[in-house]
Design a protein around this ligand. Structure first.
Ligand SMILES: Nc1nc2c(ncn2[C@@H]2O[C@H](COP(=O)(O)OP(=O)(O)OP(=O)(O)O)[C@@H](O)[C@H]2O)c(=O)[nH]1
Ligand SMILES: [Mg+2]
Ligand SMILES: [Zn+2]
Length: 395
C-alpha cells in the first residue's frame, strides 16, 4: 500500500472513531460504512485484497438491523486460488516493522481496527487479516492484546479470564463477545421507563456467570418508583439465589455510594436494554466523561439506542467501566439445559420429587417442580421464566 493510501485510510479510521465516540446515529453509521466499503472496493480493483462484507458488519453493534446476510462469494476455483495468493501477498509480514510487540488493553473496537491503551497512551491500530475475519468473536473491548505500536497493528489477542457473550443477533451461529476480562457485570434494569424486564435480567445473569464474571443487578431510576419495595419484588427470587442487587438513581444519587463501593478498583461492564440509564449511571460515577444520554420515547417508554458502540473508560481511582449499546434481546450462547437448571436452584430444590432424574419440569408426568407451583411453595413466575429460557436453548 502506498504511503498516501495508508495515510488516507488512517484518516478514515480516525474520523470513524471520533464520530462513533460521539454516538453518531445508526443511519449515519451505515452511510459511512458503505462509503468506506466503496473506497475499499475501489482499492481492491486496483489489486488489493477484496473486501468482505464481514469486515463492515462489525460496524453495527447492539441490535440495530444488520446488512442483509452475506451470500457465498461467486467465482471459479482459479479465482479463489488467485485471491488466496493475493491475500498472502498482502499479509501482515510486509507491513510490520518487526519491532517488539507491546501489551495493550482494547478500549474501543470498530470494523478492522481498534483503539489500544498502553502506558497511558491510546493508539489506533489495524487488525491482522485473520483477526479481521473473526473479529466479532476474537476481539472485544476489554481484551488484552500484543501489538506493534510503531506499525499500529494488533498481532495477537491474549487468552481471556472472563467473557460476556451472546449469539450474534443476525447470525446466531457466531459468538459475539460483548466484553472481555471483566470482573463484574452491572446488569442494569430500570424500575420504570422502560418497565422492569426480569426475563432479560435472568438471561444476562446466566450469561455473565457462564462467562466467569460476577453479576450485580442494578435496579435503576429508583426515583421513579412509587412503592420501591413492591416494585423491586420481581427481583427477589433472583436475589434469593445469591445474585446481589443494588437499587439506585442517577438522578437523585440514591444508592450511588453503594454502587461506587462495589465497582471500586474493578473492571466492569454495563449491560441492559436501551434507555435503562447505563450511560447516565456512568456519568454519575464519573461526571467528567460527559457521555451522551438519550430520552426514552414517550409512546412506548423505550430507549433510542443512544450509545452505539462499546467503549472502556478508566475512572480516576483506576476503576474501569465498559459502557455498551442497549440490547433488545439476549440470546444465550451455548448454555445447556443442565446449566440452566443449576441457575435456578430454587426450582432444583423440588426436583427430587420428580419421577424422572432428567426431568425438564416442562411436560413430564409427576414433576415435583410443577407440583410445588401448584401448591404455592414455588413462584409460578420463576417456573415460567425458567421455561421461557429453556424453550430458547439449543437442545
Ligand atoms: N428519572 C430518571 N431518569 C433517568 C435516570 N437515569 C437515566 N435517566 C434517563 O433515562 C434516559 C436514558 O438514559 P441513558 O443513560 O441514555 O440510557 P442508556 O441505558 O445508556 O441507553 P442506550 O445508550 O440507548 O443503551 C435519559 O433521558 C436519562 O435522563 C434516573 O436515575 N432517573
Ligand atoms: Mg447509553
Ligand atoms: Zn420435574
Amino acid at each position: 500500500m502506498s504511503n498516501q493510501n495508508e495515510r488516507h485510510r488512517q484518516k478514515h479510521i480516525q474520523k470513524f472513531f471520533e464520530e462513533r465516540a460521539q454516538g453518531l446515529d445508526y443511519k449515519k453509521q451505515r452511510k459511512r460504512a458503505s462509503k468506506l466499503r466503496r473506497a475499499e472496493q475501489k482499492k481492491s480493483r486496483s489489486g488489493r485484497r477484496k473486501v468482505r462484507r464481514d469486515d463492515w458488519e462489525g460496524l453495527i453493534e447492539g441490535d440495530a438491523p444488520a446488512f442483509e446476510e452475506r451470500q457465498r462469494p461467486s467465482g471459479s476455483t482459479d479465482e479463489w486460488f488467485a485471491r488466496l495468493e493475493r491475500d498472502a501477498a498482502a499479509g501482515d509480514a510486509g507491513e510490520s516493522t518487526g519491532a517488539e510487540l507491546a501489551d495493550g488493553l482494547v478500549v474501543f473496537v470498530t470494523a478492522g481496527a481498534c483503539r489500544v491503551e498502553h502506558g497511558g497512551e491510546r493508539v489506533d491500530c489495524a487488525l491482522s487479516d485473520d483477526l479481521r475475519r473473526r473479529q466479532r468473536s476474537a476481539l472485544a473491548v476489554g481484551d488484552r492484546v500484543r501489538f506493534d505500536a510503531a506499525a499500529r497493528r494488533v498481532g495477537e489477542v491474549l487468552p481471556r479470564a472472563t467473557r460476556l457473550s451472546r449469539p450474534d443477533p443476525h447470525r446466531p451461529s457466531v459468538e459475539r463477545v460483548l466484553a472481555a476480562n471483566v470482573d463484574l457485570a452491572l446488569v442494569v434494569a430500570s424500575l420504570r421507563e422502560p418497565a422492569l424486564s426480569v426475563g432479560l435480567v435472568e438471561r444476562v445473569v446466566l450469561a455473565v456467570r457462564r462467562g466467569g464474571a460476577t453479576p450485580l443487578v442494578c435496579a435503576s431510576k429508583l426515583d421513579l418508583a412509587r412503592d420501591p419495595a413492591r416494585e423491586l419484588a420481581p427481583l427477589a427470587p433472583l436475589r434469593a439465589t445469591g445474585v446481589e442487587a443494588v437499587a439506585c438513581s442517577a438522578r437523585t444519587g440514591e444508592g450511588l455510594a453503594e454502587l461506587r463501593a462495589r465497582v471500586a478498583g474493578r473492571t466492569c461492564v454495563l449491560v441492559g436494554h436501551s434507555g435503562v440509564g447505563k450511560s447516565s449511571l456512568l456519568n454519575a460515577l464519573a461526571p467528567e466523561l460527559a457521555l451522551a444520554v438519550g430520552r426514552v420515547r414517550a409512546a412506548d417508554g423505550k430507549g433510542r439506542h443512544t450509545t452505539t458502540a462499546s467503549a472502556l473508560f478508566a475512572l480516576a481511582d483506576g476503576t474501569r467501566v465498559i459502557d455498551t449499546p442497549g440490547i433488545r434481546e439476549f440470546g444465550l450462547w451455548r448454555v445447556t439445559p443442565a446449566e440452566l437448571r443449576e441457575a435456578f436452584p430454587d426450582l432444583a430444590e423440588h426436583a427430587d420429587r420428580c419421577r424422572y432424574r432428567d426431568c425438564t419440569h416442562d411436560h413430564e408426568p409427576d414433576c415435583g417442580v410443577r407440583a410445588a407451583v401448584a401448591d404455592g411453595t414455588l413462584s409460578a413466575a420463576r417456573h415460567r421464566s425458567y421455561l421461557r429460557i429453556l424453550a430458547t436453548l439449543e437442545r
